[in-house]
Design a binder for this molecule. Structure first.
Ligand code: 26W
Length: 828
């Protein structure tokens, strides 16, 4: 091993150049002297990948030799973002690659733009998984991610006829240079068929056999996950489906040949497409099949690796393996692992249950009832008959325990059952996950509080020690160092060191400098530079000219009623109408006080979520009216940037002054972009929800604009009639009247506007609107004082150490996984 290590590929500029040019010529078979950005991007990526691969294989071998406990993160979604610069920085080769490319006639920046985002997720949950992978590698935890290699990622959003249109995202079109296909890593996954009870003639024991059905083949594709400035390199393994009959196609005679090919064609689509829903479970058969396919291949792979070591007995599995379920999407892992242990490994129920329970843990990311996964029991029975039997047994044993603890409480038993006695009966995946896991965690303090107090209250009463909070975090190396090099340079200059990149707590020292005029000047210049870049991006993508001196007020995330983009655009319309009336009344003093503003929206709506799509239409209609109104002289501009994704976020977030996180209290589990904005010197305008509350504690009340009802108030308002009485806020009534009257184009948006009526207003837009406008005014007033504003943004940024995914991963390691880091070191 040591000898091998000494032969790591050379990394001087000339060697990097040679490797790039060789990959253009020999790996890609393209002309090396032709200017071709796409080829040079790919060749550069492969050159970087070569250098990752040696560390990757060495890390895996090292971890096996240490026999250290491994973490497996199971997620149906990842939003990896671009990899090129991230990988180069991790290897500490960014500058050398930049120099190598420069001489070849390319800038690193232009090649970066050639990389497509793999959109293998729909929102916060998928991006969180990606931040976690980066921190796990950087902190030297032996951890693998598992997921699905969807052929089509989240749809591409275009704005056509002033509305969202969806286009397929074929992200693999030019190939994905970061992945390595593993034709040797294949597993069969069975679905459908029947179960049969068989009595063992010798022991008399009843065994269940699962027979018949269809097999699908899972094949792995691996993506190396480098740690930052450490040799440790982890792995992300994504499964693709293949037809299993490829195995024995050769043996078919002529007549069956076509049928076999047809069957092969039928199995292929399983991993074709990612479900684009966010906080709304699709309840489709294909989705359940994807989940099971994913889980079965993953668990077979984990067990195979585990059993490779001769010293490993299965009962020891929980000491060597931790499996984290990202939401209930992979929760079918509970009965699947039971099945593998019972049927394939011949363990008894107690032993199998002990292993499953101590190995698995579950993270909940939402309390929205419509997002909780429940499957019709007949569907589960049809696709996974063996698993249904196991679920029955788990439920039977669990409910006996409930009856013992709470005798004479049948309602409690009914509430806690995995099976809902509806027509048809339903299988509740969250209950299965809670019962089958040793830990359940929420993703922010209020969110975990809600899990314990309401959503999972019965379970909390039964097992209080099972529930833990681990507030989310984000990878500050991607979201500060990579996305905002200008800010990183200013920070490092003033701190005199880069050490904050490893330990975000070091930023605290910036607080003392927050009023230093020279530091402020650097900071403001940096912000203006990022705003100019964002303004250019807006010009390119929206064809709207915006002034980089205006306040950039940003609201970017999935479009959802609970996230209240609707409330924001109503506030924008109000601002516009107010400017017009000031003009009409010639109140020039007051007009001079109006802060010039660019309001920036971006985000995708689920294709079947018509209210969310209407919100996009309304934003575009209002934007068109405002942007073309020359009377207001550029005091207000509104844009909707299409196709929000990780790389678009990397442009928007550093260029923002103010960002909005205004969900109805109790609905946003955590939010993670709120953390990214703060880290980039943008102030938050937030509701009392999710991680906003913890951010407020960290940055201080003076540095964040909070408004609206808190979770408790929302609950009381929703349950009492009180809420149904009040009149609409006068300002809101005025705005809605203007929308209906056609001020913003011919569409009257009746159904949207009707949703504001107190009896329909599930998300409290009417209730919070007044305090929302007041918070906006407070933020305007603050923005009028540039020194104070700048100091606030510096203090917020410097207060973010708690929100690094490094802190978050350390908490998972300690509270849930019980794992230690193991750093792989090169020989001297
Ligand atoms: C297919 C059905 C489906 C898909 C995704 C149902 C539900 C989801 C997720 C729960 C949606 C999601 O991304 N949740 C977000 O997770 C983030 C990371 O914890 C949190 O910061 C967000 O508040 C939460 O909405």
């Amino acid at each position: 091993l040591w000898k091998l290590l000494c032969t790591y590929l050379p990394c001087d500029v000339l060697s990097l150049q040679k490797s790039i040019v060789q990959h253009v010529e020999y790996t890609l078979a393209r002309r090396r002297y032709k200017r071709d950005k796409c080829s040079f991007y790919q060749a550069t990526a492969i050159s970087v990948r070569d250098r990752l691969i040696e560390r990757w294989t060495d890390t895996q071998q090292y971890l096996s030799s240490k026999d250290s406990k491994r973490v497996y993160y199971l997620s149906l979604e990842y939003l990896l973002g671009r990899n090129l610069q991230n990988a180069m920085s991790c290897l500490a080769l960014r500058n050398r690659y930049a120099a190598a490319l420069e001489e070849l006639g390319y800038s690193l920046e232009e090649l970066t733009e050639e990389e497509r985002d793999p959109g293998l997720g729909s929102g916060g949950l998928g991006r969180l998984a990606s931040c976690f992978l980066d921190s796990l590698a950087t902190l030297n935890f032996g951890a693998w991610g598992y997921g699905l290699r969807y052929k089509f990622g989240l749809f591409e959003q275009r704005l056509i006829s002033k509305a969202q249109a969806e286009f397929p995202d074929f992200w693999l079109k030019e190939g994905y240079p970061w992945e390595v296909e593993r034709p040797d890593v294949q597993y069969l996954v069975r679905m459908y068929g029947e179960v049969e009870d068989r009595v063992d003639p010798e022991t008399g024991e009843v065994k269940v056999a699962w027979k018949g059905g269809e097999d699908v083949l899972a094949e792995g594709f691996d993506i190396p996950v480098p740690g930052f400035h450490t040799l440790n390199t982890n792995n992300l393994r994504l499964w693709t489906s293949k037809a299993s009959c490829e195995f024995d196609l050769g043996s078919f005679n002529d007549g069956q040949y076509y049928a076999a090919i047809e069957e092969k064609e039928r199995s292929e689509p399983l991993t074709s497409v990612l479900y684009p829903c966010d906080n709304n479970a699709p309840g489709k058969e294909l989705r359940l099949r994807q989940q099971y396919f994913f889980v079965s291949a993953t668990l077979q792979d984990i067990l195979r690796r585990y059993k490779k070591s001769p010293s490993h007995g299965l009962l020891d599995l929980p000491n060597k393996v931790a499996i984290q379920l990202n939401e209930t999407h992979p929760a079918i892992a509970i009965p699947e692992l039971m099945r593998l242990l019972l049927d394939d490994e011949n363990l008894c129920w107690q032993d199998a249950w002990h292993i499953v329970h101590n190995t698995c843990a579950y993270t909940n990311h939402t309390v929205m009832p419509e997002a909780l996964e429940i499957w019709p029991l007949p569907l589960v029975e049809q696709i996974l008959p063996r698993h249904l039997r196991i679920i029955y047994e788990i439920n039977h044993q669990f409910l006996s325990e409930v009856r013992r603890r709470w005798p004479g409480d049948p309602q409690r038993v009914a509430r806690m059952s995995i099976i809902e006695e509806s027509e048809p009966k339903m299988v509740k995946m969250a209950h299965l996950a809670i019962i089958g896991c040793h830990k359940v965690n929420g993703v922010a303090q209020v969110h975990t509080g809600l899990l314990c107090k309401s959503l999972f209250r019965d379970f909390y009463e039964m097992w209080p020690e099972k529930f833990v909070n681990i507030t989310n975090g984000v990878n500050h190396r991607r979201w500060m160092l990579q996305a905002n090099p200008a800010m990183s340079a200013v920070i490092s200059k003033w701190l005199g060191t880069h050490d904050w990149v490893h330990d975000l707590g070091r930023l605290e020292r910036l607080k003392e400098l927050s009023s230093n005029p020279e530091f402020q000047r650097d900071w403001q210049e940096m912000k203006r530079y990022n705003k100019r870049k964002l303004a250019e991006f807006i010009e390119r993508t929206c064809d709207v000219d915006v002034d980089a001196d205006a306040m950039f007020d940003v609201h970017v995330k999935r479009i959802h009623e609970y996230k209240r983009q609707f409330m924001n655009i109503l506030g924008v319309a109000y601002r516009y109408l107010r400017i017009l009336s000031l003009l009409a009344e010639e109140k020039f003093d007051e007009l001079r006080q109006v802060v010039p503003k660019v309001v920036i929206f971006a985000g995708k709506a689920a294709p079947n979520y018509s209210v969310a799509k209407d919100v996009i239409k309304l934003i575009i209609a209002i934007a068109d009216t405002i942007n073309s109104d020359t009377r207001i002289g550029g005091l207000l501009k509104v844009v909707f940037i299409p196709n929000y994704n990780v790389s678009v976020a990397e442009v928007i977030i550093p260029g923002s002054d103010l960002s909005q996180h205004i969900s109805t209290a109790g609905f946003e589990a955590s939010g993670t972009s709120n953390m990214k904005f703060c880290m980039n010197g943008s102030l938050l305008l937030g509701s009392r929800d999710g991680a906003n509350l913890e951010i407020e504690q960290s940055v201080g009340r003076a540095n964040i604009f909070m408004f609206g009802a808190n979770t408790k108030e929302v609950r009381t308002l929703q349950t009492t009639m009180q809420y149904r009485k009040p009149q609409l806020d006068g300002r809101l009534a005025h705005v809605t009247q203007e929308i209906r009257s056609g001020r913003f184009g011919p569409t009257s948006f009746d159904s949207l506007v009707d949703s504001l009526l107190p009896e329909n207003d599930r998300y409290m837009v009417g209730h919070d609107f007044g305090s929302y406008l007041e918070a906006l005014e407070v933020s305007d007033a603050a923005f009028r004082k540039p020194e104070e504003w700048t100091a606030k943004t510096i203090v917020s940024c410097a207060s973010m150490s708690r929100f690094s995914s490094d802190r978050c991963i350390r908490e998972y390691a300690e509270k849930i996984w019980n794992v230690e880091p193991h750093q792989f070191r090169p020989p001297n």
